[in-house]
Design a binder for this molecule. Structure first.
Ligand code: KIV
Length: 272
């Protein structure tokens, strides 16, 4: 058990803010089910994100757009049952908060009440500020998400690095300050130049969590299936794979098939 893990009994928004002020990096990973959440929580990951990337890695959709609020709540309920220490944030899925702050509040309340999660994440800045305000007014912690926001993929048309030009960078800076001013607990910065992420990180007092945003953010997040090498056709520069589980699991399954077919499994000791 790491020292940091032993010291923190339960990760809260207060703990995360303290980590930023001490320059202690925050680790965040996605989780969608009980078994994985239990392992990641036990490993000392501070924040678990029930990401709408479940739409891709759990349900096999091409984008994050199809996943529903009911499906996100189901994943969040499973994750919460596996967690003792981590702060659990749930993505509000596409269509449950944009352009309608009443609906946004209802969606966030459903997530909090039905899953027991600790906060929600929304993609966007000034366009969704009313929704953010309404949710925060109910005492629900909100994490922002700027840069590459996958729910807007059809507007962008591509998953390449965002805010490389000055106009988009200026909007991102101003959105980051707006999110801080409104009371967000943190901001995910996805796929933006490291220099811009550093500048934003140094100019706000709330934690920034980067994915493809370089080394200077207050924390890092990855999709767990990517980190473990369960996904195999997704190889962006920012991704570090810690395991090659696609190969390992496939190998194990192939061996099982062979053992069943050759009557090697079960053997004498594996029967009653
Ligand atoms: O849904 C997700 O997994 C995310 C992370 C990539 C930040 O939003």
């Amino acid at each position: 058990m790491s020292v940091a893990k032993a010291e923190i009994k339960r990760v809260t928004t207060h703990v995360l803010r303290g980590m930023k002020s001490r320059g202690e990096k925050i680790s965040m990973l996605t989780a969608y089910d009980f078994s994985m959440a239990r392992i990641l929580d036990d490993a000392g990951v501070e924040v678990l994100l029930v990401g709408d990337s479940a739409s891709n890695v759990m349900a096999g959709h091409e984008t994050t757009l199809p996943i529903t609020l009911d499906q996100m709540i189901y994943h969040a309920q499973s994750v919460i049952r596996g967690v003792n220490r981590a702060f659990v944030i749930v993505d509000l899925p596409f269509g449950t908060y944009q352009g309608n702050s009443t609906k946004a509040l209802e969606s966030a309340i459903r997530i909090m009440k039905e899953s027991g999660a600790h906060g929600v994440k929304l993609e966007g800045g000034s366009e969704i500020v009313e929704s953010i305000e309404r949710i925060l007014s109910a005492g629900i912690p909100v994490m922002g998400h700027l840069g590459l926001t996958p729910q807007s993929i059809y507007k962008f048309g591509t998953y390449t690095v965002r805010a490389k030009g000055e106009e988009e960078a200026k909007k991102l800076r101003s959105d980051a300050h707006l999110l801080e001013e409104k009371g967000c607990m943190g901001i995910v910065l996805e796929k933006i130049p490291a220099k811009l992420a550093k500048e934003v990180t140094e100019s706000v007092n709330i934690p920034t969590i980067g994915i493809g945003a370089g080394m200077h953010t207050d924390g890092q997040v990855l999709v767990t299936h990517d980190l473990l090498g369960i996904t195999k056709d997704f190889n962006p520069r920012f991704l570090r794979r810690y395991l090659e589980l696609y190969k390992a699991i496939k190998g194990a399954a192939e061996q099982y098939v062979a053992d069943v077919k050759s009557s090697d499994f079960p053997n004498e000791k594996e029967q009653y």
